[in-house]
Design a protein around this ligand. Structure first.
Ligand SMILES: [Zn+2]
Ligand SMILES: [Zn+2]
Length: 367
């Protein structure tokens, strides 16, 4: 079939609208009619070149839609089901999948990162030449063929824009609190970066019953948003930001520090913001070759733990519906995260608004 898609042909160039050919779903695959796709910073890293990826490519890894057709052998889904898309497709049988860590699946890691389906090919093409599918998804298009393991059935009552956000920012942020760090009630939390993932981290901290939640971001508008999601303090970065965090946390530093900005300089700061014996979680994607100085002596002497959190240490088929239910119960106000929607054709404007901080989370729609 012919589809409309926003294509990246090279880093440092804008998204370009094209009509592509999309093959139907093959064995174990699903055709999804897209309803919403999140304007996430991770796709922007492809545009800047901070994330290296072969192109041409259809990006978009935070999506939700309606099942339109099933390939051979697909079970547990029917045409018309609402699905949220998981950007880390998995085999269910490897070392990691068997240990409840599908986000680290070793079977499909390479094909996923190459922008291919599990069989090593793409369903998308332009004039007969293959176009890659970011994370085996390619949500910046009105239809997508994706692996079965990327489809998570969601309650119909969950709006598609919310279901899309659950597919990335919510799971990354809320999951980093509940799954990775397993924050206990009454803890003190500092969150560096109040973009989509950072705000979801704040939401997760509130849900976990944290006593104080300190958001740190250069943009005042984002700090205001963080407060509306439960942050008790909002700080702008300055030479005294660590002192301020210590002041708020009775001179100790925060029990848990989340780095959702994906910046080496901020990662270094995040470790300083944790108390002795505290936990630091990195959940923001930083450029693949980035490093920062880390004092091993300090880690030992102060017993600080530093953890990475990839996709919120989630099991998508369990966590996505759980987050959907929490949304429906009013405990995760995900809809308030989404401050503007755009037709797919305005994707470049949507990213400009994301970068300027004019929107909290933008959503592309396909009507
Ligand atoms: Zn696996
Ligand atoms: Zn994302």
């Amino acid at each position: 079939m012919k589809i409309k898609a926003a294509v990246l042909f090279a880093p440092q160039t804008p998204f370009k609208m094209e009509t592509l050919d999309l093959q139907g779903p093959q064995k174990g695959e699903v055709l999804v009619k897209m309803e919403a796709a999140g304007v996430c910073h991770s796709d922007w890293h492809l545009v800047t070149g901070d994330s290296k990826h072969p192109m041409p490519l259809v990006a978009g890894h935070e999506g939700a839609g309606i099942v339109a057709a099933l390939g051979e052998g697909v079970t547990g889904l029917k045409v018309g089901d609402k699905v949220s898309l998981n950007w880390a497709n998995y085999c269910g049988e490897c070392y990691y999948c068997k240990r409840g860590r599908p986000g680290l699946c070793e079977t499909f890691f390479k094909t996923n990162k190459a922008g291919f389906m599990p069989d090593g090919t793409s369903r998308l093409s332009l004039n007969g030449e293959p176009v890659r599918q970011y994370c085996a998804l390619a949500c910046f298009a009105d239809h997508a063929v994706v692996p079965r393991s990327s489809c998570v059935k969601m309650p119909d009552a969950v709006p598609s824009s919310v279901a899309a956000a659950i597919g990335c920012a919510v799971t990354t942020g809320v999951g980093s609190v509940l799954n990775t760090a397993q924050v206990e009630p009454d803890a003190s939390i500092a969150v560096f970066g109040a973009g989509g993932v950072g705000l979801c981290t704040v939401m997760g901290a509130k849900l976990a019953g944290a006593r104080s939640i300190i958001a740190i971001d250069p943009l005042e508008s984002r700090l205001e948003a963080a407060k509306s999601f439960g942050a008790t303090h909002g700080l702008q970065p300055s030479d005294s930001v660590i002192d301020q965090i210590f002041e708020i946390t009775e001179g100790r530093g925060a029990d848990y520090v989340f780095e959702a900005a994906g910046s080496s300089a901020v990662q270094e700061l995040a470790i300083k913001a944790a108390r002795r014996g505290g936990t630091v979680v990195f959940s923001g994607l930083s450029p693949v070759d980035s490093t920062f100085p880390l004092s091993g002596a300090l880690l030992v002497r102060q017993e600080k733990a530093v953890m990475g959190s990839y996709y919120g240490t989630a099991i998508p088929h369990e966590d996505f519906p759980k987050f959907g239910d929490l949304y429906l119960k009013g405990q995760l106000p995900i809809d308030r995260l989404i401050t503007r929607s755009y037709p797919l054709e305005q994707i470049n404007e949507a990213y400009a608004d994301m970068l300027s901080g004019a929107i909290t989370r933008g959503i592309l729609r396909f009507d």
